[in-house]
Design a protein around this ligand. Structure first.
Ligand SMILES: *Cc1c(COP(=O)(O)O)cnc(C)c1O
Length: 412
């Protein structure tokens, strides 16, 4: 058989394996070093009791004739879709109903799968640096075109993010069919204002483009002026799909649950120029290729909408935000140019004197025994930066940042 050649065109992902390799190497040479992981891309706090209680109850139900649940609705159980539509949207005066919510096993799957519903020759626009899933899925589905000498794909419209635009992708001159936006962003921690998002909604209307809005980190937003949902922008329900996750907000990275909002007013056009409901297409796609998230996990997600659950999400995100704020403050104090770290668990730091990402990575590791993620791994515009995260414990975060005061303190 012939393989999908697009896989061969994809360069090896070597970012995380290279970080692991360099850490291992360093530890072998410095066995006494206490390296603090500030590169963690996963949450670390355990699940709250209301969530584990809900799962215990659901597990016991499954063992009874009356409470057994087999295949559930592909779109998710009504109890969870209602809780999401009410708490995350209508309570915030956003008009989204339960039948526009599609529960899934996480945002990553949905972000990769959405490509099924739009044309194979769509021009995809995405931020550089950005979450690698967007680009790699576009390439796998043949929408990348060819990899050029400069490391960029011929059919991708790159939205360059840099210090000049505060790492927030600006509306381009060129046309795109699909625009993938992430706010608060991974890896830069930057958050769109309503005005900035408004410009993107206008762009999408003008270009008849679809916006895919990844708001996996919306629960980290504390500034009341910043939009947590793209549907806070007028008219966005005619141009945008929103993808969310319980992973980074409620510790579900191992449980797996997220959801995607496809509003009824959202339309695409077919080859004859006829308008077609994207909700209908996504529903068809999910019913064909997805058999629903597990009942037990959906009960766990439902528990997040109880008073205890909501308190936990607030507590956990506050905890990581406090860490990110600590990192941000200390790095600024140490004279670094810093982005993010407020309304986001990510802190994006520029190396001094034009240091490359990997040089800064080495410097932090060797001098301070702190591990980081080189920004260049998220796109060529990330060169010269590193990402630190607020996902370690508060104690370790403070300890790591104290080391920046006295270099020799790392060598304990
Ligand atoms: C972690 C992450 C996701 C993936 O979330 P899952 O629901 O765990 O698949 C999606 N988008 C961004 C930007 C992320 O950082």
């Amino acid at each position: 058989m012939r393989i999908n050649d697009n896989f061969e065109k994809l360069p090896e992902v070597y970012l995380f394996s290279e970080v692991a390799h360099r850490l291992k190497d360093f530890k072998e040479k410095n066995p006494e070093a206490d390296v603090i992981r500030m590169d963690i891309g996963d949450v670390t706090l355990p699940l709250p009791k209301c969530v584990t209680d809900a799962m215990h109850v659901a597990v016991d139900e499954m063992g009874t004739t009356k409470g057994f649940h087999g295949y559930g609705p592909e779109q998710g159980y009504e109890f969870l879709r209602e809780a999401i539509a009410f708490t995350d949207y209508r309570r915030r005066f956003i008009n989204i109903s339960a039948d526009e919510i599609f529960v899934s096993d996480g945002a990553k799957s949905d972000l990769g799968n959405l490509g099924d519903i739009y044309s194979a020759d769509s021009i995809v626009a995405l931020a550089d640096p950005g979450y690698p899933v967007y680009l790699d899925s576009a390439v796998m589905s043949g929408r990348g075109g060819e990899l050029q000498k400069d490391g960029r794909w011929s059919n991708i419209l790159y939205l360059d993010c840099n210090a000049e635009n505060s790492f927030k992708p600006a509306v381009p001159e060129a046309h795109a069919d699909i625009v993938i936006l992430c706010s608060p962003a991974n890896p830069t921690g930057m958050v769109f204002t309503k005005e900035e998002l408004q410009k993107w909604v206008e762009y999408a209307r003008r270009e008849k483009a679809l916006i895919i809005f990844d708001s996996a980190y919306e629960a980290y937003i504390r500034d009341e002026e910043l939009p947590r949902s793209i549907y806070e922008i007028d008219g966005a329900d005619e141009v945008a799909i929103e993808v969310r996750s319980f992973s980074k907000t409620a510790g579900f990275t191992g449980l797996r649950c997220g959801y995607t909002v496809v509003p009824k007013r959202l339309k695409g056009t077919d080859a004859d120029g006829k308008e077609v409901s994207l909700r209908k297409l996504w529903n068809r796609r999910q019913c064909t290729k997805f058999n629903g998230a597990s009942y037990v996990v959906q009960r766990a997600a439902e528990a997040l909408y109880s008073p205890e659950g909501r308190e936990f999400v607030k507590m956990a995100t506050d905890y990581y935000l406090e860490n990110a704020g600590t990192i941000r403050a200390r790095m600024v104090e140490a004279g670094y140019t810093v982005f993010g770290g407020t309304d986001s668990p990510y802190v994006w730091i520029k190396g001094k004197n034009g240091l490359s990402s990997w040089d800064l990575f080495n410097e932090l590791l060797e001098k301070y025994h702190i591990s980081s993620t080189p920004g260049v791994g998220f796109g060529s515009e990330g060169e010269g930066y590193i990402r630190l995260t607020g996902f370690n414990s508060y104690e370790n975060t403070v300890k790591a940042m104290e080391r920046l005061k006295k270099p020799e303190a790392g060598r304990n």
